[in-house]
Ligand binder design. Structure first.
Ligand code: NAP
Length: 321
């Protein structure tokens, strides 16, 4: 089979397509014929070695969707031909999904409900599971609460807007102008340009004086901002930053409003199947669309990884082997 691999850590140019043996599933694994593999920023961190360096040769790709080609001897509940999707491979422990086939442990894969699209499902994993973990599990988001989602056009952001809307929260999100209409269609009540000078005032006005929950993917930009726009008792969930030294310039607003901070990694999800099933349900019932901005061949994996870090797009980029 064909698989994208890196033989050394480095920039996107280290990615090449190799002809390799099709892997055999272990006892508790499925062999999945990959239909689609989402491209995530984290794939590039494993590639360049800035996360825990992976043993090479290594195939990137944390997210996947496809059909079951073979089941391990100890597997119950999955059959050849089943449509499945999941996340949490391609992280050093397991080879990834930028390949024609991947072996997948059964604790990180679920059936894809009828009516959900395989390509969208292949891109859903990291983005939608992170959004679900952040908003449902960590922020305990409730109907009619105000929820601020920074960067609503991104992979995580556009899933988060829809998941927050699905629980009937009142969504305020930020994005470049060109994505405002799409995010309103996805359920955002207020969409604001993240570049505007009066952003904090605009968020406070849109939320009657403060937001109850925040999903922050750029803590180095917004840690202080989040405290300023928080309502008393707000929950802020941090998933990322551009430089690893976010800090408060003044911790007064956070302290005086009893703001709770939860930083998270999707890889710590106790059972990935729980949010995956929720995401699958929403995709099959029209509550969640994963916007596939562009698709790439295996040979274009380097372009795809460059684009996920450098380009502006709505939703997700996907490799289709
Ligand atoms: N902790 C976790 O488990 C976890 C899981 C997933 C992702 N992450 C991290 O979360 C971040 C986002 O991931 P992603 O997959 O959603 O990336 P993405 O698809 O590239 O989205 C990033 C978004 O940020 C927007 N943006 C750029 N500058 C901004 C600003 N100043 N203010 C607000 N938004 C801005 C971009 O909009 P433009 O197109 O307008 O530039 C884009 O929509 C990454 O750092 C990733 O590593 C962490």
């Amino acid at each position: 089979m064909r698989a994208v691999r890196l033989h050394e850590h480095g920039d996107a140019d280290v990615l090449q397509v190799d002809e390799v043996d099709r892997p055999d599933p272990d006892e508790d694994q499925l062999l999945v014929e990959i239909a689609a593999a989402g491209i995530n920023p984290v794939d590039t961190y494993f590639r360049d070695g800035s996360y825990t360096p992976v043993d090479v040769p290594f195939t990137p790709g944390v997210d996947f969707a496809g059909t079951v080609a073979e089941t391990g001897d100890g597997v119950d509940g999955f059959d050849e031909g089943d449509r499945v999707f999941g996340t949490g491979i391609g992280n050093g422990g397991f080879q990834g999904s930028y390949a024609e086939y991947a072996t997948v442990p059964t604790d990180r894969v679920v059936h894809l409900p009828d009516g959900a699209d395989l390509t969208e499902a292949g891109a859903a994993g990291v983005a939608a599971v992170t959004a679900w973990r952040a908003l449902i599990d960590h922020a305990d988001l409730e109907p009619a609460e105000y929820c601020l989602i920074h960067g609503g056009s991104g992979g995580v952001g556009h899933a988060a807007v829809q998941i927050a809307a699905a629980v009937s929260a009142r969504v305020i999100t930020t994005a470049s102008e060109g994505y405002h209409d799409a995010l309103a269609d996805y359920g955002a009540e207020t969409v604001l340009d993240y570049g505007r000078d009066d952003l904090a005032d605009a968020v406070l006005e849109a939320s009657d004086g403060g937001v109850d929950a925040v999903l922050d993917h750029r803590l180095d930009d917004y840690l202080q901002f989040d405290a300023e726009v928080a309502a008393t008792g707000a929950r802020v969930v941090g998933i990322g930053e551009n430089s690893p030294d976010p800090g408060f310039t003044n911790d007064g607003p956070a302290r005086s409003k009893d703001v709770t901070y939860q930083f998270m990694s999707m890889f710590n999800t106790p059972d990935l199947r729980v949010p995956l099933r929720g995401v699958g349900h929403l995709m099959s019932t029209g509550g969640l669309s994963i916007d596939v901005a562009r698709t790439y061949d295996l040979e274009e994996a380097a372009d795809a990884q460059r684009a996920v870090m450098e380009d502006s797009f709505l939703g997700k980029l996907v490799v289709e082997p």
